[in-house]
Design a binder for this molecule. Structure first.
Ligand code: 6MZ
Length: 348
């Protein structure tokens, strides 16, 4: 983590809805992975972007490739997922939707199915240890792998949605936004929607994707990741914004990720301001807390200091995130009660 975070933001109960598993691996866990695989000659600087550093988005995607080399067995995935869940819990996150792209690894026997099973096992293990966090899983489609893999992923996700006792709730579309076109993935995404999987789609993370965003918004998705270039001030369009607003589609906003990945020039120019001022549901998230050296408390504090939010405003943002989760209404009610119970302690 780069900066000292005020205790208020740590004690604030939080909801994390946009966290890629392999992007969330902390430096402590990377250390353990490196010692398991010294022959790879991977050093710390290759897996995280530190304070004041920036990379192009393309360079960020190279970092994920390095981490994927370190995480290629069921044992690695189990350790990584348990560590990540416990770190979010220690940061005051009470509800977490983790997302990850199932990978197969011929050399280690890892299959896409065992990948998902292992993430579920990690969630169950944390639950049985009494870790104070409700964790769900979104199966991710990496857009670079094309329509066939996307369809295969949807079928797997569908199976696990039915057999995981509510742990697998939906699907994420992510990956390098400059590769491929969402048009080709529509049949898979449509099928996912029809079978009851919730959809969180990365939309307009880079400029010039308005046509794709318009097309995918017709599904419509249940949440939008980033949506950096949707609004007219940055080359988006009013009709796209209207569609998002009419359908009340929440945005998952990741300040540090966008600044360090240079899709946003600085914190004060982050599109959080545009959507928040409009009163549109906007959820503060980390994206990749390991790669971008941050955590959710820090992201809330950055939003508050950049946009002049009071503690009451910040409380409201974290509370309203509950309405954007993919878990059913009874879970929302339990979380709302938790927030009520914790409020006196946070504002003491
Ligand atoms: C798009 C991203 C991303 O799935 O191996 N991912 N996709 N935009 C981003 N903004 C920076 N950050 C992460 O986690 C790593 C994968 O998540 C997606 C990419 O597909 C990346 O390979 P998992 O757990």
């Amino acid at each position: 983590m780069d900066n000292e975070v005020d205790v208020f933001y740590q004690e604030l109960p939080k909801v994390e809805l946009h966290a890629h598993l392999n992007g969330s691996v902390s430096s402590q866990t990377i250390e353990k992975l490196i010692s398991r695989k010294p022959h790879l000659n991977i050093e710390h600087g290759m897996t995280a972007i530190g304070k004041g550093q920036r990379r192009t988005l393309d360079e960020c995607f190279q970092v994920f490739k390095v981490i994927h080399q370190l995480v290629d067995t069921e044992e690695d995935i189990l350790m990584v997922a348990i560590d990540v869940i416990k770190e979010f819990a220690a940061d005051g996150v009470k509800y977490l939707e983790l997302r990850s792209t199932p990978r197969e690894e011929k050399t280690t026997g890892l299959t896409k199915r065992s990948y998902i099973e292992t993430v579920i096992k990690a969630i169950q293990q944390c639950r049985s240890e009494g870790v104070d966090i409700d964790v769900r899983f979104l199966v991710a489609i990496d857009r670079r792998n094309g329509p066939e893999v996307a369809m295969e992923t949807v079928k797997l996700a569908e199976e696990f949605m039915l057999s995981s006792d509510g742990l697998v709730l939906g699907l994420d579309l992510s990956g390098d936004p400059t590769v491929g076109h969402g048009r080709d993935l529509l049949p898979a995404l449509q099928r996912a929607k029809n079978c009851g999987l919730k959809l969180s789609l990365h939309l307009s993370e880079v400029p010039s994707q308005l046509e794709e965003s318009e097309l995918l918004l017709n599904l419509p998705p249940d949440r939008i990741g980033h949506g950096t270039f949707l609004h007219p001030e940055v080359g988006g369009s009013q009709s796209v914004v209207d569609k998002v607003v009419e359908n009340k589609i929440p945005l998952e906003l990741c300040l540090t990720s966008n600044v360090k990945g240079q899709t946003v020039p600085c914190y004060s120019k982050h599109h959080f301001k545009y959507w928040y001022q409009m009163g549109h549901p906007s959820v503060i998230c980390t994206d990749d807390k390991g790669v971008f050296s941050t955590d959710l408390s820090q992201e809330y504090q950055l939003a508050a200091s950049t946009f002049g939010l009071s503690r009451e405003d910040v409380w409201k943002i974290s509370q309203q995130a509950i309405d954007c989760i993919f878990a059913p209404d009874n879970v929302k009610q339990q979380l709302k009660q938790k927030w009520i119970d914790l409020q006196p302690q946070v504002f003491k």
